[in-house]
Design a protein around this ligand. Structure first.
Ligand code: ADP
Ligand code: MG
Length: 721
């Protein structure tokens, strides 16, 4: 009987392309047709109602009941005209994916379709199964979802989806979106204050924007289904490297396999309909790896769109008999996948605060935001590190791969020189009537060409010309987590900056000079976090240790920061999360980690004992037969016997290690303290056994007859036609 592997391989041979026909030749003809944002509201609402809604969105104000009813009626008409029978509140529980509970528009008693404002604004999902870190058991048994009108309503899979926050009845945040919205509010307030006080009275608002580059792998669906480890944990726990891996790096920007190209085309069409501004597609470094990037948007929208994009990709892939892998490290020995978060701050007057300018005054503004961000990364590196921690991302950050677990920032030689100069000129006296900008060497910052700053691809947090790029975010993550942290810490430093400048001005220092004095201090204070060299190198690890930077290589260690008083106060001070909420989140993230490692460990044990060892034994028996046969003929069976011995050795190793790993798990499961349990799962399960078991299994893959091998091999998965 053919094995599942062979059946799957046969299926792959028979695959044909799935043609894709876009709904129109011009994208502008279908862009946004599946979403109901401000534009659609304007078209379908009475002007007075639209004014109320758009104002509420702009100011974050409340939408009254009658306005909500009007919006609901318009949305209902629109959705039904598009073939929707159901609606759902779409939210982001702390499990990392999205959740929904569908309700019908149809009211069987009345015999008509109904959708009231109250149903638009609020819904009670059956929330008992979403993680809450103990909040709900202590406070209130239920949670509810509430409409976030700042993110457009959309249609997915014939269902009307309403983006919402998810909170407990006592008001604690149970999702990713709630704290993000608060952090965005905090950075808006702090940044606007800074600008109004120091640079431009006309600015009323600062919006944080985000462009997400999403990396992913694609494999054939049948091959995916034939790998229990991929199905259960998203990652191959075994598999020898193919003869041709990424040594040649010839894959990068090479041609995209036609089946993948069809898939890309189709998911792009679906995204564009949803108003997700996807724009670039290309191959990545590893075989089978690709990337998609939309144009940047306001952060709340960008994170929602990224989550939606992942769902769309998942669904469209099915149609093309493909499977998208969003795991951070699906294949050992090949490049991992990240989600580069390109971030900047933009005023309502249209100024990108990270865009160096040829005007001296604007440059001081640029330097203010630039230096405050670096200071924030310096002061709160551990929080940034924790914000991207996950079991999957540990395979990138903890290993010598892109990017390292050490948080540092790369700004390029031009800006390094500017900051060094500013710091050095500390003693320059600026007299009345002097051109201060000139005297301090900040009159002109040469136009920074992207190429100039983006050479270093090893930095976890790089300045790339007019934005910062947080590259350490994992491909599977909800960007809301890291973006909450980043905007919060920048808000905090900006607020402190404001205070410090005002204090100097009060003492009689001229404002411009006061700004420079504070910046100079910040540059000095945060110098350690700047690093321009190779972030993957061992030298950097040593150097970083010398500088006193932390290097938390695994998730449980990284998460310790959530018990730090300073961090709890930071969240509290800006009203992003209270102590209980942070504590609950810490708990949930530890549980997530434990669960992931536990699943992988179980899959590993099962595959090793039920698939690998029996296969190896069967093949070994063949060899024994062969050896006996050779001996019977009076021939030398030395090399066969050697292979038999080698196979035996690996089988023994696997058995011993799997047994010990299972025992370690049993012991840990008795541990009540989740911090200790998570750290134990790292140290006594993952770190101690995963590599060892894998080593033996991968050796067996090379020894056992290919015909017998039960698991789809790397070379079979990675090179799609
Ligand atoms: P890369 O060279 O890293 O591929 P790109 O210039 O292609 O960089 O941009 C990557 C992402 O950064 C895109 O999503 C783009 O829209 C986004 N981006 C560009 N400018 C900004 C900005 N000012 N703020 C936030 N994101 C931005
Ligand atoms: Mg990039």
């Amino acid at each position: 009987m053919a094995s599942i592997r062979h059946k799957a391989l046969e299926l792959v041979q028979s695959r044909t392309r799935v043609p894709v026909v876009p709904p129109a030749n011009k994208i502008s003809d279908y862009y946004g047709t599946s979403c109901f944002g401000l534009e659609q509201m304007k078209e379908s609402l009475a002007p007075s109602v639209f004014k109320k809604v758009s104002q509420a969105i702009e100011t974050g104000g409340k939408i009254d009941a009658s306005t909500a009813d009007e919006v609901a009626a318009a949305v209902k008409t629109w959705a039904i005209s598009k073939g929707c029978t159901h609606y759902t509140h779409w939210f982001q529980p702390l499990t990392g994916s999205t959740a929904e509970k569908h309700d019908s528009f149809f009211d069987a008693h009345a015999g008509i379709e109904k959708f009231k404002g109250t149903a638009l604004v609020q819904q009670e999902p059956d929330a008992s199964s979403f993680p809450n870190g103990g909040i709900r058991s202590t406070f209130e048994a239920r949670g509810y979802t509430a409409w976030d009108p700042t993110s457009p309503i959309f249609i997915f899979d014939s269902t009307l989806c309403i983006p919402t926050v998810f909170v407990s009845f006592t008001g604690e945040a149970l999702d990713f979106k709630t704290p993000l919205l608060k952090a965005l509010d905090a950075v808006d307030k702090a940044a606007t204050e800074v600008i109004k006080n120091n640079f431009d009275r006309n600015v009323k608002r600062v919006t944080a924007s985000l462009g997400i580059e999403q990396e992913y792998f694609v494999i054939d669906r049948a091959l995916y289904a034939a790998r229990p480890d991929l199905v259960m944990g998203g990652r191959t726990v075994f598999g020898h490297n193919p003869a041709r891996g990424q040594q040649l790096e010839d894959h990068y920007f090479g041609s995209i396999p036609s089946r993948v190209k069809d898939f890309m085309k189709e998911f792009e069409v679906e995204c564009l309909k949803l108003g997700i501004p996807v724009s670039t597609r290309h191959n990545e470094v590893a075989p089978g790896q690709f990337e998609v990037a939309p144009l940047f948007e306001e952060i709340n929208k960008a994170t929602d769109h990224n989550l939606l994009l992942m769902d769309v990709m998942d669904k469209v892939a099915e149609k093309h008999n493909l499977k998208v892998l969003f795991h951070e490290k699906p294949f050992s020995g090949l490049n991992g996948s990240g989600k580069h978060n390109n971030w900047s701050l933009i005023t309502d007057t249209g100024v990108n605060l990270f865009q160096p300018s040829s005007s001296a005054k604007e440059n001081l503004q640029f330097l203010t935001f630039f230096v405050c961000t670096i200071k924030a990364v310096h002061d709160y590196a551990d929080l940034l590190r924790a914000s991207i921690a996950s079991a999957g991302n540990d395979f990138r950050l903890g290993a010598n791969e892109a990017p390292p677990a050490i948080i540092s920032t790369f700004i390029g030689s031009t800006l390094s020189a500017v900051l060094d100069e500013l710091e050095k000129n500390g003693n320059v006296k600026v007299e009345k009537g002097d051109n201060m900008y000139m005297k301090l060497g900040i009159s002109k910052i040469p136009e920074i060409i992207l190429d100039n700053t983006d050479r270093n691809r090893t930095s976890p947090f790089a300045f790339t010309g007019n934005k910062f790029e947080f590259r350490a975010v994992g491909s599977h993550a909800n960007s809301a987590g890291p973006m909450t942290a980043l905007n919060l810490i920048v808000a905090d430093v900006l607020q402190e900056f404001n205070k410090a400048v005002n204090a100097e001005v009060k003492k009689g220092t001229e404002r411009k000079l006061a700004i420079v004095n504070v910046l100079r201090k910040y540059i000095k204070d945060s110098k350690n976090i700047r690093f321009e060299g190779d972030g993957y190198s061992e030298e950097w690890e040593k150097e970083a240790a010398k500088r006193g930077l932390s290097n938390r290589k695994n998730t449980p260690d990284a998460l310790d920061i959530y018990t730090d008083k300073r961090i709890l106060e930071l969240f509290d001070k800006h009203k992003v999360l209270n102590h209980i909420e942070v504590e609950a989140r810490h708990e949930i993230m530890l549980e997530n980690y434990i669960l992931k490692v536990q699943i992988e460990s179980r899959v590993m044990g099962d595959l090793a004992l039920n698939h690998i060892i029996p296969t190896a034994v069967a093949y070994q028996n063949k060899l024994i037969e062969n050896a006996n046969g050779l001996k019977g003929l009076g021939l030398d069976a030395k090399s066969v016997i050697e292979t038999i011995q080698e196979i035996s050795k690996h089988i023994d190793q696997i058995k011993v290690n799997v047994d010990a790993m299972v025992a370690a798990r049993r012991k840990l499961n008795l541990e009540q303290d989740s911090v200790k349990r998570a750290k134990g799962y790292f140290k006594d399960v993952k770190d101690k056994y995963f590599e060892k078991i894998r080593y033996s299994v991968d050796k067996l893959e090379l020894l056992v007859d290919d015909e017998y091998w039960p698991l789809v091999k790397y070379r079979e998965m990675l090179f799609l036609k």
